[in-house]
Write a protein that binds this ligand. Structure first.
Ligand code: NFE
Ligand code: MG
Length: 567
């Protein structure tokens, strides 16, 4: 008989995600993903000055704050057909690159590695054998016997205190945990080291953005960082050199720790390359514009259908009609009025209509976006596949490196098809992280060169016409393609819609009943113990859910903090 599992909320994500599954014969046979809160930021924006929208939209999330800020100003700039000074593009690119590198490191180590790594088992490891294992993977200087012994003592003190704190609800000793104690100690030690490196790269965001989370330095028309090497209150040479140092410090951590760890987890959990495939239409946007008009990019993007590289269609500019015309959102299964069917975001409506949970009806606060009426998966995997299909040299290089390393550790050839999976999403995120890190250095060089030419411009003043204008902004955020859409009249916002990465991946069933990427990825997943659905959590975490973004919308009912219900 089928058993129903409800995990509500899923933890180690942002926001309130509920997942329901029916499990029969040890496998998932039905799945539902649901956003459990609503805030209505799209409605708050109506009537506001478009130059202020970024300050509000940035509050959609506490994680990808920079993403919503930058996307919002791009939206208004697109409506005004405003060109952006090169310095402003480079500074924004550096902020988004540094932010994403921080975000990807945190996601792997702090939000998801413990789905595969058993902290309690790490206490049984031999530090000398752990050092041997780690040194066989890379020459990272902090892989010494002393490093592992010290980390193990810290963990033991924590576990022996009897209060596991943030590690309290992990499924330690679960039958699906397969790493030997040494691999667990290696990863747990790197978990602690990663806390330091994510902080260093996030400093780049704080310096350029004046603070993080929630940067302060963007404006419709550019950025508010005056460039003047002679004044301490501006972006000085000293600050730029410090940024270069911070970028340099994090590079080795990515190539010598993050990449090898993901490869080792991928190889030792090779069965997870066949789980969690889900929706394999992939949508991603080009990003890091390197001209003033948004027509040339450091990083390509586009659409791939049905996991087939041959179908790759690039998105070529920040005003490409191919993207602009392809997006619609359905509310058939969401807690909003349905009206006459799916709507393009310029015409998008946000009229809440709560019905309680209905398996076959409405069951989520998330809307359901489609691209030319098809479901799409967004995120680092989509991004890496599109950059690969577009021939981006460094992406091709790093995908090759990762697949070779995984094959070497696994002792069997692992091909690109393995990427369409739960573990593939982690591998792709690591590839994206290193590619972004390299591009971050390039953007620093471009900025320095441009300032060297005597250009210190960072802002073009926006002027709003009386008549109605509309525009959209896109950005490849850490969790995937983000777009904002605005209709502006007489200098005021008439309509504003955000179609967010987690909205793409986690929206409920579409008009035709097709599953979201989250739901589809859960289908056929093994579940060894319905009371401890670790496998479900692994696949959900591989997407790096952000429900705050997905519904951009406060839970007024208090809920218990963590429950798994098996009916
Ligand atoms: Ni709230 Fe976000 C990212 C955006 S998410 S984290 O990345 O945009 O779906
Ligand atoms: Mg929306």
């Amino acid at each position: 008989m089928a058993q129903r599992i409800t995990v509500d909320p899923i933890t180690r994500i942002e926001g309130h995600l509920r997942v329901d599954c029916e499990v029969d014969g040890g496998k998932v046979t039905k799945a539902w993903a649901s956003g459990q809160m609503w805030r209505g930021i799209e409605l708050i924006l109506q009537g506001k000055d478009p130059r202020d929208a970024w300050v509000f939209t940035q509050r959609i999330c506490g994680v990808c704050t920079t993403s919503h800020a930058i996307t919002s100003v791009r939206t208004v700039e697109n409506a005004l057909k405003l060109e952006i000074p090169l310095n402003a593009q480079y500074i924004r690119n550096m902020i988004q690159g540094a932010h994403a590198v921080h975000d990807h490191i945190v996601h792997f180590y702090h939000l998801s590695a413990l789905d595969f790594v058993d902290i309690v088992s790490a206490l049984k490891a031999d530090p000398a054998a752990t050092a041997k294992l780690a040194q066989s993977l890379s020459d990272w200087p902090n892989n010494s016997v002393a490093d592992f012994a010290t980390a193990q003592k810290r963990l033991a003190a924590f576990v022996n205190s009897g209060q596991l704190g943030i590690f309290g609800s992990g499924y330690w000793g679960h039958p699906a945990m397969k790493l030997p104690p040494e691999a667990n100690l290696m990863a747990a030690t790197h978990y602690l080291q990663a806390l330091d490196y994510q902080r260093r790269i996030n400093k780049v965001v704080a310096i350029l953005g004046s603070k993080t989370p929630h940067i302060q330095n963007v404006a419709v028309g550019g950025v508010t960082n005056p460039i003047n090497f002679d004044s301490q209150s501006t972006l000085t040479l000293e600050k730029l050199m410090y940024i270069k140092t911070l970028i340099g410090e994090v590079g080795d951590f990515i190539t010598k720790v993050y990449i090898p760890d993901v490869c080792a987890v991928g190889a030792l959990y090779a069965d997870w390359t066949a789980i969690g495939r889900g929706v394999v239409n992939y949508l991603t946007t080009p990003d890091m514009p390197i001209d003033t008009k948004g027509t040339k990019f450091a990083l390509p993007g586009g659409y791939i259908e049905n996991a087939d590289f041959a179908t790759f269609k690039p998105i070529t500019s920040f005003s490409d009609p191919y993207f602009e015309q392809g997006v619609k959102e359905s509310t058939k299964h969401s807690w909003y009025e349905t009206g006459s069917g799916p709507l393009h975001p310029y015409k998008g409506e946000t009229k809440p209509q709560y019905t309680d949970w209905q398996d076959d009806g409405k069951y989520s606060w998330i809307k359901t976006p489609t691209f030319y009426d098809k479901r799409a998966q967004v995120g680092p995997l989509a991004n890496v596949l599109a950059m690969y299909a577009a021939g981006h040299a460094r992406t091709k290089f790093w995908v090759g490196e990762v697949l070779n390393t995984v094959s070497a550790i696994a002792g069997a050839k692992v091909g690109a098809d393995a990427l369409h999976s739960t573990i593939g999403r982690h591998a792709a995120r690591a590839v994206r992280c290193v590619v972004l890190h390299e591009e971050l250095s390039n953007q620093w060089n471009l900025l320095m060169e441009n300032i060297g030419k005597g250009d210190t411009t960072t802002f073009n003043k926006p002027v709003f016409p009386k008549e109605e204008i509309r525009g959209y902004g896109v950005h490849e955020a850490p969790r995937g393609m983000l777009s904002h859409w605005a209709v502006i009249k007489n200098g005021k916002i008439e309509n504003y819609q955000a179609v967010v990465p987690t909205t793409w991946n986690a929206g409920p069933r579409d008009e035709k009943g097709n599953l979201s990427a989250y739901e589809a990825a859960l289908m056929d997943s093994p579940v060894a113990d319905a009371e401890q659905p670790l496998e479900v959590i692994r696949t959900m975490h591989s997407f790096d859910p952000c429900l705050a973004c997905a519904v951009h919308l406060t839970d007024t009912e208090s809920k218990s903090t963590y429950q798994v219900k098996v009916a």
